[in-house]
Write a protein that binds this ligand. Structure first.
Ligand code: 5GP
Ligand code: MN
Length: 343
């Protein structure tokens, strides 16, 4: 069950416990880094950036992994630290320390959830208000714009200096989760962190082009088709409006595209002026959809997603939908009214 009130953020005892867990590692200790299924820029960037930091501390036996197929989405295939990645099936069975990134609940860890019952402590770095409090040490800060904000603070407390490789990873995480510094979570502290990262010499133009602005032509054509079938429902969410579309596995196959290209689709849909809530259904199997929800503020989409078995943030959330697309949207529509933000 999600906790009722958001966690307040890590306190000094939590930071001290996390630092002690890392400082207590011996030369032969094995460390396993994990992040959520279908990893995004924050999951991969915070995990690999932190992993490179552990390398700098002399941790030699170090693996990073995520559940599902061991495929890194194309926009992230240049990230420093990719050499730390192993398929989930090959990950350490009894690590001395597990560090988990950007996962609000064990369900987001797929088959790796079973790996949390290990001899070593489980450290959880996250920024979801819906975090369930799993693991032994929680560094969960719902006020943080990205998990990488938490990761950078832990690295600083471990006296690991930022270098260009670590910074590139953390910068990817920060820009993806803040929508390139557009969302309200973009506080002065976020820009101060960005300044520290840029001071290492990383090139933001090159990084943004790789991560946000490079797609195969087939993805452009696919977007045209999928956006062309978007539907606008002004009466939904008590008149605040819903816009939605869907993309099937057949759509991907026809255009010769990998699923990752669909991650950017929600950004094209959510700019619809006439709708507070935007939704994209991405087919992941027969009658199974990865659903992305976005809000402009009238609806708390994390409540919608949580009611339907998922989670996320107030303005961005998701869940796995089952059945045909219309049935999934019916269920979303039915949850919108009770997720209206009243205050
Ligand atoms: P996205 O739409 O970009 O995949 O996800 C938006 C937000 O919703 C992210 O913060 C992500 O953690 C959360 N989210 C997406 N899908 C799921 C899901 O199936 N379960 C849970 N618990 N959270 C999800
Ligand atoms: Mn995140």
């Amino acid at each position: 069950m999600p906790r009722q009130s958001p966690p307040a953020g890590p306190g000094e005892p939590d930071w001290a416990a996390a630092v002690a867990a890392v400082r207590g590692l011996g030369p032969e200790s094995r460390v396993l880094l994990i992040c959520h299924v279908n990893p995004d820029g924050d999951a991969l960037g915070s995990m690999l950036g932190f992993g490179l930091g552990l390398r700098r501390l002399g941790v030699r036996q170090l693996q990073a992994t995520f559940p599902g197929p061991p495929e890194v989405p194309e926009p992230f295939r240049w990230l420093p630290g990719l050499e730390l990645l192993v398929p989930a099936t090959g990950a350490y069975r009894d690590p001395d320390l597990v560090v988990c990134f950007d996962a609000a609940s064990e369900s987001r860890l797929g088959e790796l959830a079973g790996r949390l019952a290990v001899p070593g402590p489980v450290l959880v770095l996250d920024h979801h208000a819906s975090n369930t409090g799993f693991g032994d040490v929680q560094l969960v800060d719902p006020a943080a714009a990205a998990t990488s904000v938490v990761a950078e603070e832990l690295l600083a407390r471990l006296d690991v200096p930022l270098d260009a490789e670590i910074a590139a990873c953390l910068y990817v995480a920060l820009t993806t989760d803040t929508g390139s510094f557009r969302f309200d979570a973009t506080t002065p502290a976020v820009h101060q962190l960005a300044a520290r990262l840029l001071a290492t010499g990383i090139r933001p133009g090159d990084i943004s082009r790789e991560v946000f602005d490079t797609r195969p032509f087939g993805a452009v054509r696919l977007f045209g088709e999928v956006l062309g079938r978007a539907r606008l429902e002004p009466p939904a969410a008590a008149g605040n409006g819903l816009v939605w579309t869907y993309a099937t596995q057949d759509d991907l196959a026809r255009h010769g595209q990998r699923p990752y290209v669909l991650e950017a689709l929600i950004d094209s849909v959510r700019c619809t002026a006439e709708a507070d809530v935007a939704c994209v259904l991405k087919q992941v199997g027969p009658g199974e959809w990865a659903v992305s929800l976005r809000s402009k503020g009238a609806v708390d989409v994390s409540r919608v997603a949580t009611a339907l078995g998922g989670g996320g943030h107030r303005f961005a959330a998701g869940f796995t939908g089952r059945g045909d697309a219309d049935a999934v949207v019916d269920r979303i529509r039915a949850e919108l009214d009770s997720a209206l933000v009243t205050s």
